[in-house]
Design a protein around this ligand. Structure first.
Ligand code: SF4
Length: 415
């Protein structure tokens, strides 16, 4: 369903099943195929404290324009080597078809840096990813995010002010000097810069274990930002810590909701942030799929809750998930706990090989902000660039970039 469609205008052939549509913004019952209805709710107002909710500054083509694919192709062709389109794994198929390369956020940023001849990097992903690409590419390369409303709710959960306040709390408790910050790639440039300034490193879901091992060689405690689940899962599963070694810092409570004693006793200080998509999977989802599909392998992303990760058969990053399914034998059955666009693409890709792949949850959950990037926005961005108009540029200021890069370089130097 396109944004302008009314529900009663959907052809009967598309009203095929009664599904419960869940996006990161709302839950509702509809007699239509799951589509990003909740996107209607986003992007209406400017919100300076968030990555989300910024209106498109130009005239978007109509979603029902039958020439959108051709227009995107023509604009891309006109730009030639001047443009390099990056497509995150969670993007829609209509967008992914125009990506020169696909991958997770860090791989894409590195791919962009390896293409210095590309003056324009069009990042089909979310805001923090475009920032990372700007940090890692040369000053001559300009990073464009087709829809500025494509933020990340997890990245929004840790602001620079909140993290600075947290550091004051750690200083008051007399432990700041023992603490090494480790920030997940899914954080704003400000948080990456804070991490660099305070001797810490960035991590991805692939190298979180190595990043934590490194951090514990530098200090006695880690402040893990902003995803509590990746931090907790890595500490408990990979470093052998107990759940009691971890405390949860809530930025909305005085002193993070923790006493100085709790902070002094903890090894892992976890920021109270989470991914709205992966946070939805529950122990019930795992138990239910095991009942429905005997012999199913449950494979989840480490951004899921600890109880879900503990009940799963396999845990890993998006790249790990893709490799595991590539290596899976014919006839095997898989329930995947990650974003739906990727799961659907993998299910279609591996079906001819006899691999049965289903979404872990019975309800349907897209990342609503990732889904902001659609074909009309991509066409608008590419055509604007082809006409010489630089639109929706994402640019990180020099000081922030310098410290964020320091933290990213520490990650690159991890053993
Ligand atoms: S899937 Fe989760 S972490 Fe990734 S962009 Fe969406 S909200 Fe952010």
């Amino acid at each position: 369903m396109s944004r302008g469609d009314r529900l009663d205008s959907i052809p009967a052939s598309r009203r095929t099943e009664r599904v419960r549509v869940v996006t990161t913004a709302q839950t509702t019952e509809l007699d239509v195929q799951p589509t990003p209805l909740a996107l209607l709710l986003l992007g209406r107002e400017a919100d300076p404290r968030s990555e989300r909710g910024v209106e498109c500054p130009g005239d978007l083509p109509s979603p029902s324009d039958p020439d959108l694919v051709e227009r995107a192709r023509a604009a891309k062709e006109k730009l030639g080597d001047k443009v390099f389109v990056l497509g995150h794994h969670y993007q829609r198929d209509e967008v992914i078809q125009f990506a020169d390369v696909t991958g997770d956020s860090f791989k894409l940023a590195r791919d962009a840096a390896a293409r210095p001849e590309a003056e324009y990097i069009v990042f089909c992903g979310v805001h923090f990813m475009a920032e990372s690409a700007d940090i890692l590419t040369s000053d001559d390369q300009k990073v464009v995010l087709p829809d500025l409303a494509a933020g990340c709710s997890m990245a929004d959960m840790a602001t620079a002010e909140q993290v600075a306040e947290c550091w004051d709390v750690l200083t008051e408790a007399g432990i700041a000097e023992q603490v090494v910050p480790v920030s997940y790639m899914n954080s704003s440039a400000d948080i990456k810069a804070f991490t660099g300034k305070h001797g810490g490193t960035i991590c991805t879901s692939s190298n979180a274990q190595r990043a934590l091992e490194w951090a514990f060689e530098q200090g006695e405690k880690v402040l893990f930002l902003p995803d509590q689940h990746l931090g907790r899962n890595t500490a408990v599963r990979d470093l052998g810590m107990s759940l009691e070694d971890c405390v949860l810092y809530n930025p909305h409570k005085p002193n993070g909701g923790l006493t100085a004693e709790q902070l002094r006793d903890a090894k892992m200080i976890l920021w109270r942030g989470h991914c709205s998509v992966h946070g939805r999977f529950s122990l019930d989802s795992v138990n239910d799929v095991r009942e429905r599909i005997p012999g199913v392998n449950v494979l989840v992303h480490p951004e899921c809750k600890n109880e879900v990760v503990s009940a799963a058969d396999y845990v890993g990053s998006t790249e790990y998930i893709i490799k595991a399914l590539e290596a899976a034998p014919a006839g095997s059955k898989w329930a995947i706990g990650t974003e739906l666009n990727l799961v659907r693409r993998l299910a279609n890709r591996f079906a001819p090989e006899g691999k049965e792949i289903v979404f872990l949850d019975k309800t349907v959950c897209f990342c609503s902000t990732m889904n902001r990037i659609d074909l009309p926005h991509l066409v608008w961005a590419l055509e604007s660039l082809a006409e010489g108009n630089l639109v929706n540029r994402i640019e990180v200021d020099r000081e922030t970039e310098q410290f964020a890069k320091l933290a990213l370089e520490r990650m690159l130097a991890l053993p």
